[in-house]
Design a protein around this ligand. Sequence first.
Ligand code: ZN
Ligand code: ZN
Length: 268
Amino acid sequence: MIYSDFHFHSTHSGDGEASMVEMIERGIELGLRILCFTEHMDFDYDPQCDVNFLLNTEDYWKEFLHYREVYKDRIDLRFGVELGLQPHLAEGHEKYLKEYPFDFVIGSSHLVHGIDPYYPKFFQDRTENDCYFEYFESILENIDAFQGFDVYGHIDYIVRYYPSRKENYSFREYGDIIDEILKKIIFIGKGIEVNTGGFKYKLDHPNPHEDILKRYKELGGEIITVGSDAHTTEYLGYEFSRTCEILKDAGFRYYTVFKDRKSEFLKL
Ligand SMILES: [Zn+2]
Ligand SMILES: [Zn+2]
């Protein structure tokens, strides 16, 4: 089984809807043993977006310390962040990560060359292939610019927003470029996450897709964290039993957690 959630947001994130304490109480209720908060920090975000994704890290850190102490006998709480990667932010991210003692850092693509694919204009007047290739290429550019994350977040995240979604998405068409991404991540000693937010978006698959998880394992990938990407209590630990089976089917025997930026492997 999976007893840790390594990707979720509280109200410290611009789009989070549950307080830290609500998330912690829900985690205990679900029988989770480790919870790693991964609040959004997106520097230089798409200006058309009205949510503020800049994290007040000082407030977050203080509240985290308080609850870590209060709950220390009941659940293991960890301090993480989800950075929205863009190549020009690399230096700023290096500096930012030195300011607080993070346990865990997710590097995610939320923008593709400055545009949020959440908005339909990203997909307008182009083929599906063009959109996906641009997205996957931007991941390669992000990794070339910055390697200071522990795992790359929700690798095929864009399928959540493509107008036709799962009907047209096939790993095989993008196999070469996805291979390149996975090999690069493995080569630099980093990992990926399996993000169950895909189920919440009714994709019937986690992000990334099962085929990509299998391929990552085949290529020698071992570091894999599990996160729900919950922004409300109802999705914390969402579909973790199903995800445990998916990981086993993909050939994994262990999943990964992080403390002080170091990986630990727990049996599935
Ligand atoms: Zn994200
Ligand atoms: Zn997230």
